[in-house]
Ligand binder design. Structure first.
Ligand SMILES: Nc1nc2c(c(=O)[nH]1)N[C@H]1C(S)=C(S)[C@@H](COP(=O)(O)O)O[C@H]1N2
Ligand SMILES: [Mo]
Length: 324
């Protein structure tokens, strides 16, 4: 008998963090969950807890005064020199592994994810730790719109108008101590609402981090909206990070905790594949991923290839942070 070696997905060199193929496609899920055609129409959650068809829970919209902050004024400072990606395209091509690894199905699986009320805990090495409701946070910080280039490590790219506020604004508000050298972000953990958190090889919740000089750079944002509206769930509602000079996975979604720490924290993808996903993960055409070139990127949805730019085109604002 030949011995069968089952290696975990992250040990498989063919699998990217955001693989183009899926571990289980929808039909596999439904079969595993014991769901037939009728169940596809009416849901099969009563028969199994493994399937992705979850009961829809109505979400409260943002309160009227917060809703009225959208669309926020667009900042004239950040120029992208390329066309915006269509809203519908961006909303149906998402990486959000808490739901599925299939980008085109994330939007279909977020129905039961409850994003209001949503409390964010901000603490660690700060003078003024707070726990705050996300709508109160928006009222306190105010909103602006910025159009940024967005680049995934898989070599696809979009151009997106985000609504939010500078990370620095919130950081100044909580007054970090001198000992705070890094800021760490933790996403939600609710396997009952996020089918991808029920199974698979990942250690939930998702966690990421930045150095303080990166988090306080003017480009780093906390985002609550996109295309002039509150963030749809598939984009990481109600609060996510956007760090446009780094690969997309450095911008965690649906954040519940922001923590200031002294030592460099571990990060989700670096823990899974340290050789492939570094802590810094700055966009750089000259540093190939071990399994593919980063010299060019594919614009979604056309697939047109354009050259990758150092620091995703933001080198003038961030290259002083790095020695190489
Ligand atoms: N919590 C969480 N944050 C995440 C991810 C994720 O799977 N879970 N995926 C990352 C990756 S790989 C990318 S490319 C972007 C995708 O953001 P978008 O779907 O809004 O375009 O989110 C990032 N943030
Ligand atoms: Mo990504």
């Amino acid at each position: 008998m030949p011995s069968i070696h089952l290696r975990p997905p992250w040990d498989d060199p063919r699998i990217a963090p955001t693989p183009e193929h899926v571990f289980l496609n929808r039909r596999d899920w439904m079969r595993l969950a014991g769901c037939g055609t009728a169940a596809l129409l009416f849901g099969c959650e009563k028969r199994s807890s493994a399937g992705p068809v979850l009961p829809q829970i109505a979400d409260k919209p943002p309160p009227d005064d917060v809703r009225a902050l959208y669309p926020a004024k667009r900042s004239a400072k950040y120029k992208v020199q390329r066309a915006l990606t269509a809203e519908k395209v961006a909303a149906r091509y998402n990486n959000f592994y808490e739901f599925t690894t299939d980008k085109e199905r994330v939007a279909d699986l977020v129905g039961s994810f409850v994003i209001r009320p949503w409390e964010v805990e901000i603490g660690g090495l700060v003078k003024k730790p707070i726990r705050i409701d996300v709508d109160d946070l928006v009222r306190k910080m105010g909103l602006e719109e910025r159009v940024y280039r967005f680049r995934c490590v898989e070599a696809w790219a979009m151009t997106v108008p985000w609504t939010g506020f500078a990370m620095k604004k919130l950081i100044d508000h909580v007054e970090p101590l001198g000992s705070a050298k890094f800021v760490r972000f933790v996403s939600f953990h609710r396997p009952d609402q996020a089918p991808g958190q029920k199974s698979g090889p990942y250690e939930w919740p998702y966690y990421e981090a930045l150095r303080m000089d990166e988090a306080t750079n003017e480009l780093a944002m906390f985002v609550t909206g996109i295309y002039g509206k509150p963030l749809p769930k598939q984009h990481g509602a109600p609060l996510r990070a956007i760090v446009p000079w780094k690969y997309g996975y450095k911008s965690p979604k649906s954040i519940v905790k922001i923590e200031f720490v002294e030592k460099q924290p571990r990060t989700f993808w670096n823990d899974l594949q340290p050789r492939e996903y570094s802590f810094l993960s700055n966009v750089n055409p000259k540093v190939p991923h071990p399994r593919w070139s980063q010299a060019t990127e594919r614009l979604i949805p056309t697939g047109n290839r354009v050259p990758t730019r150092l620091h995703n085109g933001y080198a003038d604002l961030v290259s002083h942070l790095y020695s190489t």
